[in-house]
Design a protein around this ligand. Sequence first.
Ligand code: ASP
Length: 439
Amino acid sequence: MKKVVKFGGSSLANADQFKKVGNIIRSDEARRYVVPSAPGKRFGSDTKVTDMLYHCYETAVSGEDFSDQLDAIKERYQEIIDGLELNFSLDEDFETIRRNFSSHAGTDYAASRGEFLNGKIMAAYLEFDFVDAAEVIRFREDGSFDDETTDVLLSKALEEKESAVIPGFYGAKESGEVVTFSRGGSDITGSLVALAVRADIYENWTDVSGFLIADPRIVKNPKSIETITYKELRELSYMGASVLHEDAIFPVRKAGIPINIRNTNAPSDKGTLIVESTCRQPRYTITGIAGTDGFAAVTVEKAMMNSEVGFCRKVLQVFEDNGVSIEHMPSGIDTMSIFVHKDSFEEKEQKILADIHKTVQPDHIELESDLALIAIVGRGMKSTRGTAGRIFSALAHAHINVKMIDQGSSELNIIVGVRHEDFKGAIRALYEIFVLTQL
Ligand code: ASP
């Protein structure tokens, strides 16, 4: 059995957190490949090492003295080394970094040092081999990620290793120039390592016990999701639920490797298992609820619209020509509504309205802003009758007016649009009916 374990920044923020991580790894000998992030926040107002590195490098590029900033970063690592009582020094590494910052080695290089150094400490602490991600995670000359070469390099490098630490977040071009993924990208590295070693499972350790059914800032103590499919996850992530980097899904999904989100601070919690498909019946009809605020809707009305060939296409063309992306498009017989992100729409609003008038001569156009969309997602909905009915009665009981409803053709989700002021109340009402009062 082979497990790849990735630990996020908060799991590695200080020596005490490192010790928890050490215990987790040592408690299961299948946990052989470890992908660490850079040290994260130790307390609410603290700064992540990655952000310290970005700032420090900016100072270096502006030609000012960056020694104090770099010393503060070194201090973060020294605190970990001392707390773990390791006989290990990063002095030489910091000298190299100082030189490379002075010669402007690049923003990505700067940011990547957070994971690089943490990986070195982790390898020393666990007595595992250290594999520099720059040698095994490959980017093309144009900066795009090269998955094929990476898989070859990574599998070859790890084939001979019983156990190894591979720092997350970065790789390099063939020339050696370091490139990072986008923020939170250590999740992607973990997934790539899991694919390369054909792991049985990819454990992603963070500071929450998996995905929650609803946003804890809105619903008090929401329950966590035990099992979720990749498709469900995508629907929820699209609506703003985030625990895992979106691009981390693709490598393992391809190989059928499940991801288990676990909590470093509560290691006996099972967390959430993310799988391609499952026979496991979800505990509730719905798997999760997620929502986003900040939408606007443009409703175009014209008598006999449905018999006018090309009407919808022409309206959509207007949005395309103005570079505004469309999020949803519920339609009636004589009306169609287009949901867009308010921010991207606002500046082009009058131009788009004028263009719609010009191209399709509508009877009426109505604009509504400050809308929120809520996705109710669940593979269990397909086989359950009356889900939509329950959604509406829950919202009606809470005196919430539904502005729009859209059921995906996969019957995996129902999206409802509500006014901004009803957003949180709607999520609470839905949670209550599907989770708290569910038989
Ligand atoms: N350290 C990087 C960040 O803060 C990458 C990661 O943690 O996954 O975004």
